[in-house]
Design a protein around this ligand. Structure first.
Ligand code: GLU
Length: 522
C-alpha cells in the first residue's frame, strides 16, 4: 500500500486530495502536515553576505512554498557567537528582497512562531537540552579544551577515528551535581545509541543510511549556554512546523544526528531534500578563489536579479526540456523537487552573462534607464536628457549585457569619444580618408530631416561621386563618431546622435585621426 508521503510525491495537491477521500477506508492516520500546505524555511547563519549557494537554497524553498501554496519562513541561525558579523541580518534580508524572494514569516515580518532569530530563543533550547538529560538521551561533560586536544592526539596516534570517548559518562550523578554546583564549565552532549542504523528518506537522494557508530556524541549546548546548530535547528524546525527541510548537500552528514534528536524527543520527522553541490568549472567545490560567490558582487556588477535567479534556478533543477530562460513566475509554476538532480551543478559565469543579456533585452527601456542611472551619474553623465537616453537604449538594447553598459560601452552616445580604436584606425584610415570624410560632412550639412534613410542615401551618393566603396566611408565615419570599430547600424546611430553632434565629431575626428596617422606613418 502506498504511504501518504509516496502519494503526495506523485503529484502535489491532487495526491493529497485523493488521499483525503481514501483515508477513512484504509484507516490511515492523517498526517496534519500533509493535509495542510507545506511550511519551509531558509535558515542562514548571518556571516556577512549571502553566498550564491545560499541564494539557490532560498530560491528552491521559496519556489516550493509558492508552488504548493505553502509558507516560506526566514530563520536566522546566529547561535555561533564567534562568527557574528555586524549588520549581517539586515544585509541578508535586503538581498533576499532585492532578489524578489519575499518571506511570509521571519525577522521584521513576524509570524505566529517567532522570534525568528535564534539568539532570541536561547532559553528554549536550554529547556530542551535539559529534557534530554532527564530522559537519559544526553549528558553533561566537563572536559577542558586541553583535555579534548590530548584525547584527539591520542586517537590520531592509535589511528582510530576521532570521537568523544565518553569519559564524562564515568562520572557518578553525585559528581556531576557537584561540578555543576561548583560552576565548572559544562557542555551537553547527545548520547548516540550504539550499533544502530540511522535511516532517512531524502526526496533527492532516496534512502540514506548511516551507522550510528560513525556518529560523535555531538555537543548540543555549549559551555556559554548557547546551543549548537544541531539542537537549535531541530528544535526550531519542529516548533515552527517545518514540513520540508530543503538545504545544501553539505548538511547530509548532519542529518543522522538530527534524525536521532527527532527520535529522542518523539517528534515526527520532516521530509528532507539535500540539494546538489555547486561546483567550479574544474568540478571542485565552488570557491571564492575561482570567482565571485557573494550575491552582492554580482549585483554590483550590474547582474539583474531576473538573470541571477534564472541562473541559480538551473543549478540543480531542470524543466525537463531545452528551455533556459525563465521568469520568477514561470519558475514558480514549474518548480518541483522531483526535477532536482543529485549530481553537482557547475557554476558557469559565461552562462550567467548570457542570461543577463537575455533578461536585459526583455526589459522595458524605462526600466533599463533607471537601472543604469547610478552608473551614469558615477560616470559624470548627470546632464543627459532622459528622452535622448531612451532613444539610445532602443538602439543598443540588443547589444547590452548589463544596463550599466550605457555608461561604459555606450558612453560615446553622451560625450565625444575620448579614444579612437587603434585597430580600426590602422585598418581604415588612409591618407585620402580625411578628404573623403570631409566631403561626406559637407553633403550631410543639407540633410533635413536628419533620418537614417536620408543619411544613408547621402553617404552612398558621396561614395559613388568619389569613386570609392561605401565601406571606405562607413568605417572611418564610425570611428570619428564613436571611437569604436563596431556598434549599432551607422545610419541609425547618426540619427540618434543628431546632425550637430555628427558634424562636430566628424570634424574633430578628422583632425585627431589624420594627425595620428601622420605621426605613426612618419
Ligand atoms: N544555518 C545553516 C546554514 O548556515 C542552516 C542549514 C540548514 O538549512 O539546516 O546554512
Amino acid at each position: 500500500m502506498l504511504s501518504l508521503i509516496q502519494l503526495q510525491r506523485r503529484g502535489n495537491s491532487p495526491g493529497v486530495f485523493v488521499h483525503f477521500l481514501l483515508a477513512p477506508l484504509f484507516h490511515y492516520r492523517i498526517d496534519p502536515n500533509i493535509l495542510t500546505a507545506p511550511r519551509v524555511r531558509f535558515a542562514p547563519s548571518p556571516t556577512g553576505f549571502l553566498h550564491v549557494g545560499g541564494l539557490r537554497t532560498a530560491l528552491y524553498n521559496f519556489l516550493f512554498a509558492r508552488n504548493m501554496k505553502g509558507t516560506f519562513v526566514l530563520r536566522i541561525e546566529d547561535t555561533d557567537r564567534t562568527r557574528l558579523v555586524e549588520g549581517a541580518v539586515e544585509n541578508l534580508t535586503e538581498t533576499l528582497r532585492w532578489a524578489g524572494l519575499d518571506f511570509d514569516e521571519g525577522p521584521g515580518v513576524g509570524g505566529p512562531y517567532g522570534p525568528y532569530i535564534q539568539s532570541e530563543r536561547t532559553d528554549l533550547y536550554r529547556r530542551y537540552a535539559e529534557e534530554l538529560i532527564r530522559t537519559g538521551k544526553a549528558y553533561y561533560a566537563f572536559d577542558t579544551p586541553e583535555e579534548l586536544d590530548a584525547m584527539r592526539l591520542e586517537q590520531q596516534r592509535m589511528r582510530i577515528p576521532p570521537k568523544y570517548d565518553r569519559r564524562a559518562l564515568k562520572l557518578t550523578p553525585a559528581e556531576v551535581e557537584a561540578k555543576l554546583a561548583e560552576g565548572v564549565p559544562a557542555v551537553v552532549r547527545m548520547k548516540v545509541p550504539e550499533s544502530t542504523t540511522v535511516r532517512f528518506e531524502d526526496r533527492i537522494r532516496g534512502t540514506v543510511e548511516f551507522s550510528s557508530d560513525r556518529l560523535d556524541d555531538q555537543v548540543l549546548l555549549k559551555s556559554d549556554k548557547f546551543p549548537t546548530y544541531h539542537l537549535a535547528n531541530v528544535v526550531d524546525d519542529h516548533l515552527m512546523g517545518i514540513t520540508h527541510v530543503i538545504r545544501g548537500e553539505e548538511w547530509v552528514s548532519s542529518t543522522p544526528k538530527h534524525v536521532l534528536l527527532y527520535q529522542f524527543f518523539g517528534w515526527e520527522l520532516p521530509e528532507f531534500a539535500h540539494l546538489p553541490l555547486l561546483l567550479n568549472p574544474d568540478k571542485s567545490k565552488l570557491s571564492k578563489r575561482q570567482g565571485d560567490v557573494a550575491v552582492e558582487d554580482y549585483r554590483a556588477k550590474g547582474i539583474l536579479r531576473e538573470a541571477l535567479i534564472n541562473f541559480v534556478a538551473l543549478l540543480g533543477w531542470n524543466p525537463g526540456d531545452e528551455r533556459e530562460l525563465f521568469s520568477l513566475e514561470e519558475l514558480t509554476r514549474e518548480f518541483s523537487l522531483d526535477r532536482v538532480g543529485k549530481s553537482g551543478a557547475v557554476f558557469n559565469v559565461e552562462k550567467l552573462a548570457w542570461m543577463n543579456t537575455q533578461h536585459t533585452r526583455r526589459k522595458p527601456d524605462e526600466e533599463i534607464l533607471s537601472l543604469a542611472a547610478p552608473s551614469m551619474l558615477e560616470a559624470g553623465l548627470e546632464e543627459v536628457a532622459p528622452g535622448y537616453a531612451l532613444n539610445v537604449i532602443t538602439l543598443v538594447k540588443e547589444r547590452m549585457s548589463v544596463p550599466s553598459d550605457l555608461a561604459t560601452a555606450f558612453k560615446y552616445f553622451f560625450t565625444d569619444p575620448e579614444q579612437f580604436s587603434e585597430q580600426s584606425r590602422k585598418k581604415n584610415w588612409r591618407p585620402e580618408t580625411s578628404g573623403n570624410i570631409e566631403a561626406v560632412a559637407e553633403a550631410l550639412r543639407d540633410v533635413d530631416p536628419f533620418d537614417e534613410g536620408a543619411i544613408e542615401r547621402v553617404v552612398r551618393e558621396t561614395a559613388e561621386r568619389l569613386d570609392v566603396g561605401a565601406g571606405k566611408l562607413i568605417h572611418p565615419l564610425r570611428l570619428c563618431l564613436s571611437g569604436e570599430s563596431v556598434g549599432p547600424g551607422l545610419f541609425e546611430m547618426m540619427k540618434v546622435l543628431g546632425k550637430e553632434t555628427c558634424l562636430r565629431r566628424i570634424n574633430r575626428g578628422v583632425r585627431i585621426l589624420s594627425e595620428e596617422s601622420l605621426a605613426s606613418n612618419g
